[in-house]
Design a protein around this ligand. Structure first.
Ligand SMILES: *[C@@H]1O[C@H](CO)[C@@H](O)[C@H](O)[C@H]1NC(C)=O
Ligand SMILES: *[C@@H]1O[C@H](CO)[C@@H](O)[C@H](O)[C@H]1NC(C)=O
Ligand SMILES: *[C@@H]1O[C@H](CO)[C@@H](O)[C@H](O)[C@H]1NC(C)=O
Ligand SMILES: *[C@@H]1O[C@H](CO)[C@@H](O)[C@H](O)[C@H]1NC(C)=O
Ligand SMILES: [Zn+2]
Length: 474
């Protein structure tokens, strides 16, 4: 039995009880196998004086995304162009969002193949870039679940006391080899070129928290999805103590569109596993075996089936209880694609809309400006329009303030418990949506879409490296 439990081994944490959870996770270099490191993050006083906080809200145009840039190529002109694109991306996000605490971005621009051994393998797949929160921090949500919040967002909450922060909020890597990026000021973009700014913005948005924690952490070929698995103990090969399944901040808003059911209800149910089976396991294999034989495994399989059924999963934004108004997520990919499925918007629905930024395939042969114009018609907002109305809603729902929405939801630093008292019926019922227009034909449509890209161009995937790492572990 081959298991990708290496990942979980890396999740060994030393917390005692949830109440004193001072455990965060760092993702220092997402391309390295040590992809997630548990770190102590005890509560600290906010170093920013409170009465000055309101003044921190940036004046328009100030870039609140502070860049630490490593250029790994020997081409100063190219390095500078890349750096300018980060500057532009920072300004766009700083004017669409109200960022009260600067966001620290560590971005590297290097040839993945020569520098990281991450080479195209003949399938024509090229990774353009990837980003992940540099640290995720568990916070208590008001529905009874503890969720992992990206540090960039936790900072915006301005807690008087907050879990210790790492030096960076977002880690990002961009591939200088294998593809030809187009930069502002270059001659007109050619068919196979990719606007660098587009890729940078897409990745930063993942780093801000546009990412689900649902993944198959147990099987080589994805079959069953769970939230992240937390275990404690010094050596998981000897014995480990299971501490439950943890969603990401994004997952709080996932719904099953046809029924209007909250996906967090599944997390609540999956978390009954430890009540029935216990929390001590001989080792990882023991854990996986027992989980596979438990009734909770069926729930994980159910979640897998949602993730490959078109129109099955949506992100329910603030201000609505109608599933039909949810932001439809990418669940057309067959088979399930780690890093592409769920954590992107539905390609088919949004490709031709102003919310195209967070689809899983990047556009080529058109720069951002012309893409915005062709998707928005008359474009008065300039580059800012790249954050489409639905994406903006998602970010506001996650907890980011915008000039139009200054008082978003805020979770709590004080951890009470995870899931045992999650009660989906406590929340307002969600009006089910309609999935009848799809009839499960998504796989055909999808592969058709991919083929189009494949035959004409290199297939270009943007993959969240957080998940991409899994591919390398297997
Ligand atoms: C930024 O991240 C890279 C790893 O991707 C690391 O090597 C580098 O030291 C970091 N930069 C700083 C200033 O810490
Ligand atoms: C290339 O990599 C992709 C994704 O990592 C994988 O699906 C494919 O099987 C690989 N192809 C070869 C020839 O190794
Ligand atoms: C997606 O949108 C791009 C324009 O941004 C267009 O060129 C392409 O044909 C569209 N693809 C599909 C499958 O609709
Ligand atoms: C999207 O636009 C492209 C042309 O830009 C067109 O070929 C495609 O059919 C459109 N897709 C949908 C779903 O409307
Ligand atoms: Zn992506």
């Amino acid at each position: 039995m081959k298991i990708c439990f290496l990942m979980i081994i890396l999740l060994i944490i030393t917390l005692n009880v949830l109440g004193t959870l001072s455990q965060c996770f760092d993702y220092p270099n997402p391309l390295k196998k040590s992809y997630k490191i548990p770190v102590e993050c005890p509560l600290q006083q906010n170093s920013v004086k409170f009465d000055s906080l309101s003044q921190l809200t940036q004046p328009n145009n100030e870039n609140m995304i502070v860049l630490t840039f490593n250029c790994g190529i020997k081409n100063d002109i190219l390095c500078n162009k890349a750096k300018n694109a980060f500057e532009t991306a920072g300004k766009i996000l700083s004017s669409v969002l109200l960022i009260n605490t600067p966001i620290q971005l560590n971005a590297s621009f290097l040839d993945f193949c020569t520098s990281l051994g991450e080479c195209p393998n003949g399938s024509g797949l090229i990774i353009l870039g990837g980003a992940t929160p540099a640290r995720t921090i568990p916070l208590q949500d008001d529905d009874g679940l503890v969720r992992l919040y990206p540090q960039a967002l936790v900072k915006q909450f301005q807690f008087k006391q907050h879990p210790a922060y790492g030096p960076f909020d977002i880690m990002a890597l961009f591939n200088a080899g294998g593809t030809s990026f187009w930069f502002e000021g270059d001659p007109p973009i050619t068919r196979n070129q990719q606007d660098f700014l587009y890729v940078v913005l897409h990745e930063i948005v993942h780093g801000l928290g546009f990412a689900s924690g649902w993944e198959d952490y147990m099987n080589d070929q994805p079959k069953a999805l769970t939230p992240e698995i937390l275990i404690t103990g010094k050596d998981p090969s000897e014995q480990f103590k299971f501490n439950g399944f943890l969603e990401s901040a994004f997952d709080r808003y996932l719904i099953h569109i046809p029924t209007g059911k909250k996906i967090s209800a599944l997390t609540g149910d999956i978390n009954k596993f430890q009540k029935e089976v216990g929390i001590i396991f001989e080792n990882d294999i023991d854990f996986v075996t027992k989980f596979r034989n438990s009734p909770q495994y069926k729930i994980a399989e159910e979640m897998m089936s949602y993730s490959i059924t078109p129109n099955a999963l949506g992100f329910l934004p603030r201000g609505t209880t109608k599933a039909i108004e949810s932001v439809v997520l990418e669940t057309r990919l067959q088979p399930y694609q780690t890093g592409s499925s769920i954590s992107h918007v539905d390609f088919k629905k949004y490709n031709n809309t102003s919310d195209f930024l967070m689809k899983f395939l990047a556009d080529h042969g058109a720069n951002l400006d012309s893409l915005i114009t062709s998707h928005n018609g008359n474009n008065n907002a300039g580059y800012n329009a790249i954050i489409g109305p639905n994406l903006k809603l998602v970010l506001e729902t996650l907890g980011y303030s915008t000039p139009e929405y200054t008082n978003p939801y805020k979770p709590s630093v004080t951890i009470i418990g995870n899931g045992n008292d999650f009660n989906p019926t406590m929340s307002i019922p969600i009006e089910p949506g309609d999935s009848s227009t799809n009839n499960g034909k998504g796989s055909n449509e999808k592969s058709g879409g991919i083929k189009t890209y494949k035959t004409n161009f290199k297939v270009i995937f943007i993959i969240n490296l957080l998940s991409l790492i899994k591919i390398h572990l297997l």
